[in-house]
Design a protein around this ligand. Structure first.
Ligand SMILES: NC(=O)c1ccc[n+]([C@@H]2O[C@H](COP(=O)([O-])OP(=O)(O)OC[C@H]3O[C@@H](n4cnc5c(N)ncnc54)[C@H](OP(=O)(O)O)[C@@H]3O)[C@@H](O)[C@H]2O)c1
Length: 258
């Protein structure tokens, strides 16, 4: 168990949703946070809230698709805080995919934010973690990355890429004493899911999600999947053969849209 108290945490996608809730939860747990997203005004307002709760925080706005900016933030963190203990690569987006409106550029754009954004942030901080032989990389993937979900082809692909990358890189980073945690939330109530026009089973509130994620990080968990009933179902569906998976998913998807 390694408490987050006193840890230096870089959190991306902090301006809304899960990231916003994480920033407040990290403050309550005594971490020093660096908040990144594109909307600087939202980040500054959130930083005021964090400070009002007694948290130490700084704002470094940026777009995770901009490698030079992510590297500059990584360098500023090293200068100002003397290093980084935890990266939470949370910035992400979603779009629905349908064969009638197939759009390669859009799908690659999504991949560039969700998967590419995580890679750029890792590149920005990994040399420092390896040098100090400590640190933890946390990627907010999704249960949607376990298996392709209806209407989520591009999103599932981007989250699947995150999961596989983190699983694989864990082997190499263990030699450098850098930990890796992959987080797979189910549905969480945020501006991203507010757009969904279907029933979301086992919907979790963002503050609850933030508590689960922080607790898992403190425990050094390799994987954090929630909520339990939903994640257990999806994990089971991961191992069933395609004919059964397709049949179950088609039925579930119809029910969710009813
Ligand atoms: N909500 C869910 O049910 C759910 C479930 C599983 C996984 N997730 C994952 O959890 C993460 C957070 O999701 P959320 O629901 O909290 O989404 P959200 O409410 O839409 O918030 C997304 C955050 O990412 C930031 N962001 C988006 N594009 C960015 C970019 N190019 N550069 C920097 N920041 C960017 C946004 O801030 P700016 O617009 O200010 O840049 C915002 O802070 C995502 O990776 C998502 O895929 C969510």
């Amino acid at each position: 168990m390694t408490p987050l108290r006193g840890k230096r945490v870089w959190l991306t996608g902090a301006s809304l949703g899960i990231g916003r809730a994480l920033a407040l939860e990290l403050a309550d747990r005594g971490a020093t946070t660096v908040l990144t997203a594109r909307n600087e005004q939202r980040l500054n307002e959130l930083a005021d809230e964090v400070r009002a709760r007694g948290g130490e925080v700084s704002v470094k706005a940026g777009d995770v698709t901009d490698l030079e900016r992510m590297k500059a933030i990584g360098a500023e963190i090293a200068d100002e805080l003397g290093g980084l203990d935890v990266l939470i690569a949370n910035a992400g987006t979603h779009l629905f995919t349908t064969p009638e409106a197939f759009d390669t550029a859009e799908y690659l754009g999504l991949m560039d934010v969700n998967y590419g954004g995580m890679l750029r942030c890792i590149e920005a901080v990994l040399p420092g973690m390896i040098e100090r032989r400590e640190g933890r990389i946390v990627g907010i993937a999704s249960l949607a990355g376990f298996r392709g979900l209806p209407r989520a082809a591009a999103y599932s692909a981007s989250k699947g890429a995150m999961i596989k990358f983190l699983e694989s890189t864990r082997f190499h980073l263990a030699d450098h004493d850098v930990g890796v945690t992959v987080v797979n939330p189910g549905f969480v109530r945020t501006p991203l899911t507010d757009k969904n026009d279907f029933h979301m089973p086992f919907l979790v509130e963002p503050d609850k999600a933030a508590q689960i994620i922080c607790k898992g990080i403190e425990r050094g968990r390799k994987s954090i999947s929630f909520p339990f009933p939903f994640s257990t179902t999806i994990k089971f569906l991961r191992i069933v053969p395609y004919p059964i998976y397709d049949r179950i998913m088609t039925r579930v998807w119809k029910k969710m849209q009813a």
